[in-house]
Design a protein around this ligand. Structure first.
Ligand code: MGD
Ligand code: MGD
Ligand code: SF4
Ligand code: MO
Length: 694
């Protein structure tokens, strides 16, 4: 009997845990969290532990499906599918031009596959627009870092969580969202963990202090803290003058933000704010850890930068246990940020710069005319284009916006206006696949090869442990088939495996902040237990944990970081008498992932979460409305209504309700506001009312 041991990276969240599979004669006989991998050291959460079960579900998509004259989806051959794909897109692009079709990509497939998609869509098929679902998730952090540091570069490594003695989790429910990372935190008397969240989440309850802020009060809170730090002379002046630009503007900007002046908007006492500022100052190593409570905001970029500013002016960066640290979301969100060829050319090169286009064209061996000279429209503008008629065809890869997109009733209406929709997924009954003309069956992460990049910039290997079912193909092979059908075989002749693409990207990254030119191939990543970027050929560094900016040099032209501020903008949809509650949305439980296409298919996981959609309501509000736990209630916004179960919970502050994103009942209600710099949707504020049924 042939027995193999294969290590691969989990494809749910961005922690990036590794698992070891024992494969006997093609069957996985054991699946265990890897003890030696520096990320998870033998730990896992239930999702990773059940990673393979949804892939083995009876209703996996095993053949391509095409919509027939009867309006239904029917199995078709791959040959037919590739022909329909090429015909459908060519017709639209030939008739309406290169800006009439787009692809919407993901943070959940290996970055080599993303890179292939980016080249195929933009250089091959000739589309100008292609964005990723990381727009829904990490765009705010990416833009915040890029503006402040000169490159999208999360500075930390996971040991910083162990070494910090004042950790602020701001808008992060890491206890359920990044459980293995949260578990690295060892509480002790030299360490204080503060959670800033409007809800008393599991993370807040497990922390030393919960600062129960009003939704969207963060920017005012952080400016008041900055003001306190400045007024008390707690600024690290040496660091500020050597390594930053914009201090005087920052100081002038926050001068009016006294703790007293922000009490109302933050819901916090001036004393709480002063104490926080003092403790942040006194800590030997203070750190911020933020996720969607910040990114999903109409002022997310500047809020993230308010944390970046605080770390910079107090010298809490580039040392163990410090940093303004954005934890990423999806398993390969970081890979999509640097290698997907969507918002920037590969490795942070710029579509709008002649020299950058020329360089990438040479590396690809293509004519520079094939590279679009302008940036893609962001996600929400692509969807608006579907409304106005500018966009006629869309291709969705490993994402399900028919459920996850903000204000999704409108999304589904817009889909009806399109001439051609293609969805590439593991399953045919996702909300997005249901409206497609063509559905392409993809292999899941454990059924193919490639790499993910986790939250600490660690490149982890994705290895095949089992075959995909039926005719399902790795996304790589689907892109290869499309390239052939389009007549682009020559352009991609050098890419015969994901590792070929990896080597291309490693070469292209040379000299950029995310330089991985020293990584020779997959075996090296396997041998090292993952490798963090950068790993340049001319200065390889084999330390397992590496943080950025230890020398105070940033990626801007002058090497200095930027301190950036803005005025506070009122919330886009204020509550009023008719819609008196703030609706917050987010993750519900550790065992549910996003639109539940995968976790919903695990019998094991299904036992541990509520089967039906629910809304969490504060006990006083519930009592006033005569609502008891388990009652059926209707939640109504200006855009839609959903009838769900009431959960009366002291997690919620009065005047606020929470619905989890895992149920399709949530996004018909959300309000489509976007950050002005990152264009990330503000999923975490809508005005709603709640009424008891019957
Ligand atoms: N189990 C599980 N884990 C996951 C995922 C999953 O679906 N399920 N998804 C992965 C992905 S892609 C992502 S992006 C991450 C997301 O991970 P998180 O960001 O931790 O998840 P969320 O629940 O969306 O939001 C975090 C918190 O923000 C708070 N919040 C809302 N509004 C505000 C505000 O105005 N200010 C502050 N300070 N906080 C606010 C919410 O109450 C919530 O507790 O999780 C990853 N991990
Ligand atoms: N109300 C509300 N909405 C939200 C959020 C919120 O907090 N509140 N959070 C937002 C955030 S942070 C995120 S990241 C998004 C997530 O939103 P989506 O990306 O739309 O969510 P998923 O359910 O993860 O969709 C991924 C799809 O890819 C498929 N898939 C998995 N692996 C593969 C593969 O290898 N190849 C292919 N081709 N397909 C694959 C899955 O079956 C699934 O259908 O949701 C956003 N929506
Ligand atoms: S913590 Fe994240 S990466 Fe680790 S097993 Fe759970 S879902 Fe997978
Ligand atoms: Mo996300």
């Amino acid at each position: 009997m042939a027995t193999q041991t294969i290590r691969t990276t989990c494809s749910y969240c961005s922690v990036g845990c590794n698992f070891t599979a024992t494969v006997e004669d093609g069957t996985v006989t054991s699946w265990k969290p890897d003890k030696n991998y520096p990320v998870n050291l033998g730990r896992s959460c239930p999702k990773g532990f059940n990673l393979l079960e949804p892939l083995q579900s009876e209703d996996r998509l095993t053949t391509p499906l095409g919509r027939g004259a009867d309006g239904e989806l029917h199995p078709i051959s791959w040959e037919e599918a590739f022909t329909r794909f090429a015909d459908g897109f060519k017709k639209v692009l030939d008739t309406h031009g290169p800006e009439s079709a787009a692809f919407l990509s993901t943070g959940q497939i290996p970055f080599e596959e993303m890179a292939f998609l980016g080249a195929l869509g933009k250089f091959g098929m000739g589309m100008v627009h292609g964005d990723g679902n990381t727009r829904q998730c990490m765009a705010t952090a990416a833009v915040a870092y890029k503006q402040a540091f000169g490159f999208d570069a999360p500075p930390f490594t996971y040991t910083d969580i162990e070494e910090s003695n004042f950790l602020v989790f701001l808008g992060s429910n890491a206890f359920i969202s990044h459980p293995v990372l949260w578990n690295r935190l060892k509480h002790n008397k030299d360490k204080k963990v503060v959670v800033v969240d409007p809800r008393a989440t599991k993370t807040a309850k497990a922390a030393d202090q919960h600062i129960q802020i009003q939704p969207k009060g963060d920017l005012s809170f952080l400016y008041a803290v900055t003001n306190e730090i400045i007024k008390n002379g707690w600024v690290d002046e040496k660091y500020v003058s050597a390594h930053t630009i914009g201090y005087d503007e920052l100081a002038a900007h926050v001068a009016d933000f006294t703790p007293e002046s922000v009490e109302e908007v933050t819901g916090l006492s001036a004393e709480t704010i002063r104490t926080f500022a003092r403790e942040f100052h006194e800590a030997k190593a203070a750190s911020f850890w933020w996720t969607m409570g910040v990114n999903h905001s109409h002022q997310g970029v500047r809020t993230a930068q308010a944390m970046i500013n605080l770390c910079l002016i107090t010298g809490n960066i580039g040392r163990p246990g410090t940093g303004p640290n954005s934890i990423t979301g999806q398993a390969n969100a970081m890979g999509s940020r640097i290698f997907s060829n969507t918002t920037s050319l590969y490795a942070g090169y710029d579509f709008t710069k002649d020299a950058d286009r020329q360089f990438i064209a040479e590396q690809m061996g293509i004519s520079v005319d094939r590279i679009p000279q302008k940036n893609s429209l962001p996600y929400h503008k692509i969807l608006e284009g579907a409304d106005t008629g500018q966009i006629k065809a869309l291709w969705f890869i490993a994402t399900n916006p028919g459920h996850s997109w903000i204000d999704h009733n409108k999304f589904l209406e817009r889909m009806k206006k399109l001439d051609f929709i293609v969805v590439q997924d593991l399953y045919a009954n996702t909300e997005t696949a249901e409206v497609a003309d063509l559905v392409l069956p993809a292999a899941g992460s454990a059924e193919k090869y490639g790499c993910f990049i986790n939250s600490e910039r660690r490149i982890g290997i994705v290895d095949k442990v089992m075959d995909p079912p039926g005719q399902a193909k790795a996304d790589f092979d689907i892109f290869k088939g499309i390239a052939e059908a389009w007549g682009l075989g020559d352009m991609f002749a050098a890419w015969n495996s994901t590792e070929d693409i990896f080597r291309f990207l490693a070469r292209v990254s040379k000299g950029k902040p995310c330089d991985i030119s020293g990584i020779t191939g997959y075996q090296m990543i396997r041998d090292h237990g993952g490798i963090q970027w950068p790993y340049p050929a001319d200065a390889p560094n084999d330390e397992v944990h590496r943080r950025l900016f230890e020398d105070g040099q940033f990626y801007t032209e002058d090497g200095k970081a930027r301190l950036l501020v803005t005025d506070i903008v009122p919330v886009p949809e204020p509550i009023d008498e008719k819609y008196p509650f703030v609706l917050i949305t987010g993750r519900g439980t550790v065992v549910q992932f996003h639109t539940q296409t995968r976790t919903g298919r695990s019998a094991m996981l299904r036992k541990s979460y509520p089967a039906d959609a629910y809304v969490e309501i504060n006990p006083e509000d519930a009592e006033r409305m005569g609502v008891s736990d388990g009652d059926s209630v209707t939640v109504t916004s200006r855009r839609g209504h959903s009838t769900v179960d009431a959960v009366v919970s002291d997690k919620m502050a009065p005047g606020q309700v929470f619905m989890s994103m895992h149920y399709p009942e949530t996004n018909p209600l959300t309000f489509p506001a976007f950050d002005p710099y990152s264009f990330e949707p503000n999923y975490k504020w809508a005005a709603v009312r709640v009424e008891k049924e019957g």
